[in-house]
Design a binder for this molecule. Structure first.
Ligand SMILES: Nc1ncnc2c1ncn2[C@@H]1O[C@H](COP(=O)(O)OP(=O)(O)O)[C@@H](O)[C@H]1O
Ligand SMILES: [Mg+2]
Length: 357
């Protein structure tokens, strides 16, 4: 029986959740040194090190192909990549939920395979899918997680309250989770992963499907945790999220790391500026692309959905005048023409030849 099933059975039988929790806590093995949230056992600069790790699902699907990376202690690092890139697989390997086919991973000083149990005591994880107990209220769920991480009852309660407020769940705090909407569950799951201030916090696509306000609150909470010494590794498909939040970005596609650095370093790889053209007639987009190709330092791209043409250019604003003149001469109408700094989307496009989402 899992602790969840036990809790559900006993609370269903009329027990109060606190009594259930107390019994469970009495029977939890408290391991020496693991009740402390921040571990100092990793001495190097990197609190996570991944060395030559590969992972396949069956003979055909190579999810990760010889990946190596380091995550600096105290940083926010983003694994950025489209669906199927291998992000969740990497998070599951780093959090001991999967075993690598080859290579080795250390987190907070522990090997993910040989010291899995100790490692779990040092980390927090919010998975891509929500894991909260339906029968307990929001407050109870958070308190239980706090107690399981060896926070005192009063600290668990205080932190639970604070996090419920942060994620706009205070009005629903005393309602069972089964009455929560999908978005509320997601926020509660995130709050649960934040309760214990672990040494390393893993967040798998934490803001997928969140409303802008909750996304902002989560970013704030992540920054606060990092200020207090937690290292955060998160995955995201959102360029903007990586750009705003992460100190270090690791771009991953098809199981390979294709680039890494700060947002600025990555953008500098594109070079120059991006000329962006919006057309009123979609079917003319390719004609315009051909027209501007002579100004580009690489080939122009046409976004099939939006009809927007982008091309990296050098030489500044005078290009705008030239392009407008050329378009006029061929009687092609432009709705808008912009010269802007490269975004991470442009980086991704340049590196992979396709857009991230
Ligand atoms: N349990 C599984 N069984 C088979 N294939 C899987 C499984 N989990 C993931 N995959 C495949 O592995 C690749 C990487 O998936 P995943 O790590 O979930 O990527 P991401 O999180 O970046 O979307 C994808 O091709 C996916 O279809
Ligand atoms: Mg995933």
């Amino acid at each position: 029986m899992t602790s969840k099933q036990i809790t559900r059975a006993l609370t269903g039988a009329g027990w109060h959740v606190h009594d259930v929790m107390d019994i469970m806590l009495d029977h939890l093995p408290v391991r020496e040194g693991e009740s402390q949230i921040i571990h100092e056992s990793e001495t190097s600069d990197n609190i996570i090190s991944v060395r030559n790790v590969s992972k396949s699902y069956g003979p055909k699907i190579i999810a990760l192909d010889n990946i190596s990376l380091g995550v600096k202690r105290g940083s926010i690092t983003a694994l950025l990549g489209p669906n199927g890139a291998g992000k969740t697989t990497l998070i599951r390997l780093m959090t001991t939920l999967l075993v690598p086919d080859s290579g080795a991973i250390r987190v907070a000083g522990y090997d993910t395979v040989r010291q899995a149990q100790k490692l779990r005591g040092a980390i927090g994880l919010a998975g891509q899918y929500v894991a909260v107990d339906e029968t307990l209220t929001g407050q109870e769920n958070l308190e239980m997680v706090g107690r399981l991480y060896h926070l005192s009852p009063s600290e668990s309660a205080t932190r639970a309250k604070g996090l419920l407020l942060k994620f706009d769940l205070q009005d629903a705090a005393d309602r069972p989770v089964k009455t929560y909407s999908g978005g509320m569950r997601r926020r509660l799951d995130l709050a649960a992963s934040l309760i214990a201030r672990p040494a390393v916090l893993f967040l798998d696509e934490p803001t997928a499907g969140l409303d802008p306000r909750s996304r902002f609150m989560l970013w704030q909470t992540i920054r606060e945790l990092v200020e207090q010494g937690t290292t955060v590794l998160l995955t995201t498909q959102y360029m903007e999220e990586a750009d705003q939040l992460a100190h270090h970005i690791i771009v991953i596609d098809h199981g390979h790391i294709i680039a890494q650095g700060t947002a600025d370093e990555l953008k500098r790889q594109v070079g120059g500026d991006i000329l962006e053209l919006h057309v009123s007639e979609r079917d003319k987009a390719h004609q315009i692309a051909a027209l501007v190709s002579k100004y580009g330092i690489s080939e122009p791209r046409v976004n099939k959905e939006t009809g927007v043409i982008t091309v990296p250019v050098e030489g500044g604003a005078s290009i705008l005048v030239d392009v407008i003149r050329d378009a006029d001469a061929e009687d092609l109408k432009l709705l808008d023409i912009v010269l802007r700094r490269p975004s991470l989307d442009d980086v991704f496009l340049k590196l992979t030849g396709h857009t991230a989402i």
